[in-house]
Design a binder for this molecule. Structure first.
Ligand code: GTP
Ligand code: MG
Ligand code: ZN
Length: 296
């Protein structure tokens, strides 16, 4: 019997597929492996139930086309990526935020920004960071899993959506998920493991049902690699540049050395945040270097 379902977790060759609430443990059929296609959490698949098995087991026979795909965190078909960064501990980094935004823009995944640990900083510090992104038009939620600030609003916003929380290690992704729906991570078993000094760190991406949709906790990362992006597409990943590009003399314009540049003028007039333009230049350099490296 052919069924369709959602891959909620993948683990060393096994895929856990939610078929209308029944969890079926699956492997993939040989012909799919040969295509070198790698399934991931969030994939919508078709499968054949293995008959006469007491346990729920199946074979995945095909994967439906993805509406989007992110490499970091590795997940497909998101309605929403929550880019999660701490206001402190670890220090907020404009560059990391902007890199994550670029990756989401390039993958055409809708984003929402969550700034965590609001209990550790002042209102002025929060506003200094949040205003940069609100001015561009991004949705920003400021939360504290410790005091509960902002949690209700975020919970309501995520209802009915397939959402993943992504961001560096230790910013409070798992804590935010637990605040949104207490117990949500415990129901999923060994989702995290204890590391030094009693800290828990998330080991893999898993979608868990939440209010008509799904939520995914994902493992945090150290540095953000930008390798699979070509430098030419970078300007389009900064949505606030768009309205000023008409003033650029050259098209395309890299917004770096060109004599007449609407984007550079907008930065000088404080219409584009200097931190964003600084991130743009630094990401552009990184992309050019990795392109040169790949050519060698
Ligand atoms: N003060 C404060 N500490 C927080 C808050 N949220 C999380 N923390 C602390 O930050 C640390 C990391 O929290 P986690 O929720 O495990 O972070 P994570 O992003 O899931 O980390 P990884 O799974 O390793 O990527 C823990 O010691 C939490 O207690 C908060 O709102 N305020
Ligand atoms: Mg975690
Ligand atoms: Zn320009």
């Amino acid at each position: 019997m052919v069924k369709s379902g959602l891959v909620v977790r993948s683990y060393s060759g096994y895929y856990y597929v939610d078929c209308d609430g029944t969890m079926i443990t699956c492997k993939v059929k040989g012909h799919m492996k040969q295509k070198r296609f790698s399934l991931c959490t969030g994939d919508r698949v078709q499968l054949e139930k293995v008959p006469d098995k007491a346990a729920e087991e199946g074979m995945i026979t095909s994967v439906l086309p993805r509406k989007n795909y992110l490499e970091r965190p590795t997940v497909a078909n998101l309605d929403l990526l929550v880019i999660t960064l701490a206001l402190a501990q670890p220090d907020f980094s404009f560059l990391i935020m902007d890199k994550l935004l670029v990756l989401a823009e390039a993958a055409k995944v809708p984003v929402l920004l969550v700034l965590t640990k609001a209990d550790l900083v002042t209102e002025e510090q929060i506003e200094m960071i949040a205003s940069v992104y609100k001015n561009i038009g991004y949705e920003v939620y400021v939360i504290s899993s410790k005091t509960g600030k902002g949690i209700d609003a975020l919970r309501q916003r995520l209802a009915g959506k397939v959402t993943a929380f992504g961001g560096p290690s230790g910013v409070g992704k798992s804590s935010a998920l637990n605040a949104i729906q207490p117990g949500v991570l415990r129901t999923t078993g060994e989702i995290s493991s204890k590391i030094s000094r009693g800290k828990h760190t998330t080991r893999y991406t898993e979608l868990v049902p939440f209010n008509g949709g799904y939520l995914a906790d994902t493992p945090g990362f150290g540095n953000v690699l930008m390798e699979n992006l070509s430098p030419e597409v970078l300007p389009a990943c900064f949505p606030e540049f768009r309205r000023y590009e008409a003033e650029c003399k050259f098209s395309p314009c890299s917004h770096t050395h060109e004599p007449v540049c609407g984007v550079k003028a907008a930065v000088e007039e404080n219409k584009i945040a200097l931190s964003r333009y600084t991130s743009y230049l630094s990401i552009l350099e990184e992309l050019k270097e990795s392109k040169a490296r790949n050519r060698r």
